[in-house]
Every structure is written in C-alpha cells, then in structure tokens.
Design a protein around this ligand. Sequence first.
Ligand SMILES: Nc1ncnc2c1ncn2[C@@H]1O[C@H](COP(=O)(O)OP(=O)(O)O)[C@@H](O)[C@H]1O
Ligand SMILES: [Mg+2]
Length: 238
Amino acid sequence: MTAPALELRGVQAAYGDAQVLWGVDWQVNPGEVVAVVGPNGAGKSTALRVVAGLLRPLRGEVWFHGERIDGLSPDQVVERGVALVPEGRRLFAHMTVLENLLLGGYTARARSVRRQTLREVFELFPVLAERSGQTAGTLSGGQQQMLAIARGLMSRPRLLLLDEPSLGLAPVVVQQVYEVVRRIALQGVTVVVVEQNVFPVLHHAPRGYLMAGGRVVAQGSAETLVRTEVVQRSYVGG
Ligand SMILES: Nc1ncnc2c1ncn2[C@@H]1O[C@H](COP(=O)(O)OP(=O)(O)O)[C@@H](O)[C@H]1O
Ligand SMILES: [Mg+2]
C-alpha cells in the first residue's frame, strides 16, 4: 500500500496562549483534489500553515509521503515538495510577473530545472507568458491568482496547498481557476483547496473536510458536506 500524500494526525495548534486547532485529522491520497471548507475562523488557514512548517503544532503529527514533516522549517517543507499559495496571494506588486515566478523556483529541488518549469507554467497560463514583463500589481484579480498558483508551481511541488483561491473573483474567473486546478491534478500533483466559499470548490473536488471551531466536523463527498447542518446554516441560510 502506498503512503498517503498528506496525513494530519491529531494536530493541535495555538497562537500564543490561544489554541485554535483541537485535534485535526486529514488523509489525502496521491493525486487527489481535496476540499477543506468551513466558516471564517474555523482554523483552515492555520492547518495549512502547520503543514507548510510556518507554525509548529502543539501536539499531533504531519506526514508527507510516509515522512514525518512537522518540526521541519518552511524551507525544508518546500524542498520536500509542498507549496503553499497563501490567502491574499502575497505577490510582489512592483516586481514583474517573471520576477515573481523566479522567486518561486529558488529551492535546490527546483533550481536546476527552472527553465523547463517556466516553460510548463507558461503553457498552463498563457496570459502570464504574454504579460511576463508587466508588474504584478497591474494584473487583474484573476490573473494575480493565476500568478500566485504559478509561483507555487515553480517549486515543483508534489502537493499544492491553495488557501481561498476564489476569494474576490467573479464566478467566471473562479471557473477558470478551477479548470487550472484540474489540469494541475491531472499532471499528478496532489491538491488541497481551502475555501470559505463552499460551492465552487465542492463542485470541483470529489470529497473534502468540513471544519468548524478548530475541528473537522464532517468529511466525505461534496453531497455529504453540502447536506450538513453547518453548511446549511452558514451558507444556505436555512
Ligand atoms: N496570527 C494569528 N494570531 C492570533 N490568532 C490568529 C492568527 N491567525 C488566526 N488566528 C485565529 O485563529 C483562529 C483560526 O483562524 P484561521 O486559521 O485563519 O481560520 P480560517 O482560515 O478557517 O478562517 C481564528 O479564531 C483566528 O482569529
Ligand atoms: Mg483562512
């Protein structure tokens, strides 16, 4: 049996004295696209930060392809093949598209194949090739999200973590983002997508986790999650 791509076992985490994760378990298989949904403050971004090595868990373990990675530095986690595309994109607005992309490819894992990766990324995002000399701040919101994802891909991840990729985008642009996610997954990359906005992501990810109050409160197919009380109450207004 092959090991899961990503496994969280009883992860607890805090900011200072304030504990916000209370024992989170996720299991994601290689090549899967998994959604993590839940209302604002549920702990979704915190869980991604733990995976990315940006926050040490208080308790619990994080495993990546059979190797324990909690306790590694963020750089070491990127080097293993995990890329986090953070909420809000965090681009360098005054740098060009190309400069932003090259910053994503600095690891040893990625450096030697950077030209090849850049070609692949431009194939996936032709608009970024057209605009490679423009500063990132001049791109539309959708193009900036594409650039943030593309920058993540420059590190040649096996696991891509997307935090709120659809935030602030028009529905038609959200569709374009998810079409790109589908193509990335087809290339064998495992994807975990965190979204407060449940419906687009559950349309594109066959299964997921629903988080609330720092815990996983439901898991399963998109249909299962949509029927839960939390989603009905928080999103459907039932
Ligand atoms: N840097 C921080 N310092 C202190 N508390 C934080 C910080 N980031 C998030 N929190 C708190 O942790 C909880 C979970 O936040 P977060 O993981 O961002 O949730 P989500 O991504 O699901 O909206 C919230 O109560 C939030 O206020
Ligand atoms: Mg968040």
